[in-house]
Design a protein around this ligand. Structure first.
Ligand code: ADP
Ligand code: MG
Length: 650
């Protein structure tokens, strides 16, 4: 039998992380126990799940459970489960590195934040196991995977190295053994708890892990007289006390569940240390019976936009038995940030993903859950406006996919969407926009822009602003895509004020503009001819008040955001030909037109046109095609004007 010990170094980040945790988290160290219990419970879930398809993995030896063993003389605590266990490679991958891709980011974030923000980060980044080094000088993990003949022993002092050796005698499952630290000199009396003391453990289990589905037991003898606690007997006859009531939160009456309990259960489910933004808890009775407990997260999980989480994170239970995590049949993809549990009374226990696809109850459940989540958005919008706004900034882009893909819910999703607007800094809904619009308003105006600040300064707004009309700003890169599917809301068409003809121009203004344009046609045409391909047309505008010129998209052309996507992904985006619109009331435009009428000059017309285009591009926050030429034109202009201003020499 080989008992040779191999010593390994932790991944560099782990070292740094360990020292960070050990030194910054004294007041939170009791959470190590809930992390270990959570891991044990996950391992038991995995074993049960794998046993569905592989009978050799089932627990024939003992019922699934989590055993706490403590020796308060030797100062040792063991947390033992008969879950799935780990193979040698898994031990290295899971305990020697931080398996999550977010490690580096975690450390960066941790360096930026104060220690106060650290517990939150640790929860978010799922570094649960390492929390045990806050209370232990040394940790020994003995583990054996359910389908493997022998086990592995892992041992570390949390100081940068760990040792691995074979553990031929190991039983299936995992035992985490903690050699507890003695109290440090600097520590305060009441912040220090003896984690090898049964009563301390009992209180911690009740506080953090009461709803864990598997019994968490402790030897009744170590505990002494266990008044009022449920007793159980292990297979070998040992009498144990069951520390958790095992009543799942969702099975309790909604009114009875406190905010703290929700927060704790949410953490257990998601490994997210933040409190949930909202809990949605309901029970459905009738043809299909189930209970759902869903949570809206307050923050984006790490790696959210790297496509790590593309399935809805809802677990399916059948009559309180865990069946599967990430059950995509229960919620649409655009709600993939929703976390939680659905517990069905009437699905079969051996239900698989394939069966779910053909089951007729499932679409009904999905529809109901979607509706409940949308209702919750609506309620938050009405009652917790500021929080909702923050929530929207985190998940709005994802929710808007519902407008694109979910024809049935399109209008409902649109009604809870928030947009920036010319009315002020706050985001608003389409209904709020309509509520502020004049009674006879026929359309919903919007402007696509890189961001709200650029949009609010845009010349496109000038004429509408003067009329007191509000304009929504579509600044999210997905907005063009959304607009392809959302042509109208409550029968009002969405109209871009940066594209095509201005629908808001009065008939008399239009007639006047066309008349002026006929007169100026030779000048406009001379500009069109010098600009060549750069611009599709030059015309007079009905959008401007103060600015001399603005660029407008032709009807039916690609939007700004779509254009940017193309720029990022293709080298040859379809060309975005634009119209140069001029403000016929602006003195500069009038002057240029007069100069042309007096003595047409091709070169001057071109310089003027280039300067007007350049200004218009800068005003909408765009990039100049040829900045060198633009600045030379400006210099020439400055030179000419200062020469003109010089008093004539005798
Ligand atoms: P997380 O639970 O968020 O993945 P942890 O640091 O708590 O992160 O655990 C790291 C990994 O170690 C787990 O994902 C799991 O694969 C493995 N692990 C930890 N504890 C156990 C256990 N008791 N049984 C089996 N695997 C475990
Ligand atoms: Mg964990």
């Amino acid at each position: 039998m080989s008992t040779s010990t191999q010593t390994h170094s932790f991944q560099a980040e782990v070292k740094e992380l360990l020292s960070l945790m050990i030194h910054s988290l004294y007041s939170h160290r009791e959470i190590f126990l809930r992390e270990l219990i959570s891991n044990a419970s996950d391992a038991l879930d995995k074993r049960r799940f794998e046993a569905l398809t592989d009978a050799s993995i089932a627990t024939s030896d003992a019922a699934p459970r989590i055993v706490l063993e403590c020796d308060n003389l030797a100062h040792v605590l063991r947390v033992r489960d008969n879950g799935i266990g780990m193979g040698r490679e898994e031990v290295i991958a899971n305990l020697g590195t931080i398996a999550r891709s977010g490690t580096r980011k975690f450390l960066e974030a941790a360096r930026e934040k104060q220690a106060a923000g650290l517990p939150q980060l640790i929860g978010q980044f799922g570094v649960g196991f390492y929390a045990s080094f806050m209370v232990a000088d040394e940790i020994v993990v003995v583990t054996r995977r359910a389908n493997e003949p022998a086990g592995t022993r892992w041992r570390s002092k949390g100081d940068g190295e760990y040792a691995l050796e074979d553990a031929p005698e190991a039983a299936i499952g995992t035992t985490v053994e903690l050699f507890l630290k003695s109290r440090g000199v600097e520590e305060e009396e009441d912040s220090f708890q003896d984690f090898a003391e049964p009563r301390v453990l009992r209180d911690l289990v009740r506080r953090y892990s009461d709803f864990v589905e598997y019994p968490i037991v402790i030897d009744a003898a170590t505990f002494g007289p266990a008044a009022g606690m449920k007793e159980d007997k292990l297979e070998d006859g040992t009498k144990v006390v069951v520390l958790n009531t095992r009543r799942p939160l969702w099975a309790r009456p909604k009114e009875e569940v406190t905010k703290d309990e929700h927060a704790e259960f949410y953490r257990h489910l998601t490994h997210d240390w933040n409190e949930p933004f909202e809990a949605i808890h309901f029970k459905v009775e009738g043809t299909s019976e189930y209970t759902a407990l869903l949570y809206l997260p307050a923050e984006r999980p790490p790696g959210w936009f790297e496509g790590r989480s593309d399935k809805p994170q809802v677990s399916l239970y059948v009559r309180r038995v865990f069946i599967m995590a990430e059950c995509e049949a229960l919620l649409p993809q655009w709600l993939r940030f929703v976390r939680g549990v659905v517990d069905s009374q009437d699905l079969p226990l051996n239900v698989s993903r394939e069966i779910l696809q053909s089951n007729r109850q499932i679409p009904q459940i999905k529809k109901r859950l979607t509706k409940k989540v949308l209702d919750a958005f609506g309620a938050c919008l009405a009652e917790r406006r500021e929080d909702y706004q923050k929530f929207w900034r985190n998940f709005g882009t994802t929710i808007k996919e519902g407008i694109v893909f979910d024809t049935e819910q399109r209008e409902a999703v649109a009604s809870i969407a928030l947009f920036a607007s010319s009315a002020g800094e706050d985001l608003c809904t389409l209904d709020e926009y309509l509520g502020r619009a004049p009674k006879d308003a026929k359309e919903i105006f919007y402007l696509s822009a890189a961001d709200a600040a650029t949009a609010s300064r845009s010349p496109h707004l000038e004429a509408l602003k003067a009329q007191g009309r509000e304009v929504l700003f579509f600044v999210d890169p997905v907005d063009d895509w959304v607009l392809e599917h959302l042509h109208e809301y409550k029968e009002k068409p969405l109209v871009s004020i940066g594209r095509g003809e201005a629908t808001w121009e009065s008939d008399t203004a239009k007639a006047d503009r066309e008349e002026r344009e006929r007169e100026a046609r030779p000048w406009l045409e001379s500009m069109e001819s010098v600009l060549g391909d750069e611009i599709s047309r030059v015309r007079f505008s009905s959008r401007l008040k103060d600015s001399p010129a603005v660029l407008v998209d032709e009807e039916g052309t690609m939007g700004l955001h779509m254009q940017r996507v193309f720029e990022h992904t293709h080298s040859a985006a379809p060309e975005r030909k634009r119209v140069l619109e001029l403000n016929r009331e602006h003195p500069l435009i009038q002057e240029l037109e007069r100069a042309h009428r007096d003595s047409p000059d091709r070169e001057r017309a071109e310089a003027a046109a280039q300067l007007l285009i350049g200004q218009a591009v800068l005003a909408e926050g765009g990039a100049l095609r040829d900045p060198v030429r633009f600045s030379r034109l400006i210099s020439d202009l400055m030179l000419a004007s200062s020469r003109a201003a010089r008093p004539p020499t005798a």
